[in-house]
Write a protein that binds this ligand. Structure first.
Ligand SMILES: [Mg+2]
Length: 226
């Protein structure tokens, strides 16, 4: 008769008592039937937050120019849409967090929110009701108030159960706000003049092309779309 492998009666310590065969079988059973261990993206809780002005656009002045000239299309840093699409495809919520004020209007009456959404969509950034958020400030803010407003917006979502995995910005207010909201400095990416300051990760150059090519392959999907 061929030998029969019995499951151990005593399970202490488990790793020493179980034969490799049983461990393989247990691992197979654990994965059997699920197909994937990723949760459904309907319940996604991981977030990427990004500033807009001079982070996704090339300069703060671009939006100011659009305010006075509605025909002006704020210039964009290359690679931004592909970077954010890459995160969205991996199941992350994209949180556009800007200190642009809701009270501002373009000279043709377009609201600041409408202009912002229009720009994001026109340039191919992820935008849909379920997987993207846009927060604008209730008023025109100074630097200190910008930090408070941005960190509070993140804290509100965190209190609802969301976690912030990556953050993008260009200003010291972004760095301070992300730090105040508890986002890891090693996952805080800063582009432009303040890149790499205060322990943040510097994005070299003036666009996201190289960063997206390096970063996205290191980011696993956090959920599965059905
Ligand atoms: Mg900015």
């Amino acid at each position: 008769m061929s030998p029969i492998i019995h499951p151990p009666r005593e399970l202490k310590p488990l790793s020493r008592k179980l034969s490799p065969l049983w461990l393989v079988l247990a691992a197979w059973l654990a994965g059997c039937g699920s197909g994937t261990s990723l949760p459904d993206c309907d319940s996604v809780r991981q977030v990427v937050v990004t500033d807009i002005d001079e982070t996704l656009t090339t300069s703060d002045a671009e939006f100011v120019q659009q305010l006075v000239d509605p025909e002006h299309d704020p210039a964009m840093r290359a690679g931004g849409p592909e970077l954010m699409q890459g995160y969205a495809e991996r199941g992350f919520v994209i949180h556009y967090l800007t200190a642009r004020s809701k009270t501002l209007e373009l000279t043709d009456g377009t609201t600041c929110e409408q202009a912002t959404i229009g720009w994001l969509e026109q340039h191919g950034f992820p935008w849909n009701q379920d997987q993207t958020w846009l927060d604008l400030a209730d008023a025109v803010l100074g630097s200190d108030d910008t930090v408070t407003y941005k960190s509070a917006a993140i804290e509100t979502r965190k209190s609802e159960g969301y976690s912030y995995e990556y953050a993008y910005g260009n200003a010291t207010t972004d760095i301070d706000a992300y730090e105040a909201a508890g986002i890891d400095k090693t996952e805080t990416f800063i582009i432009g003049t303040h890149a790499g300051e205060q322990g943040t990760r510097a994005i070299d150059g003036e666009d996201f092309v190289q960063h997206a090519a390096e970063q996205l392959p290191q980011v696993p999907a956090v959920c599965a779309f059905h």
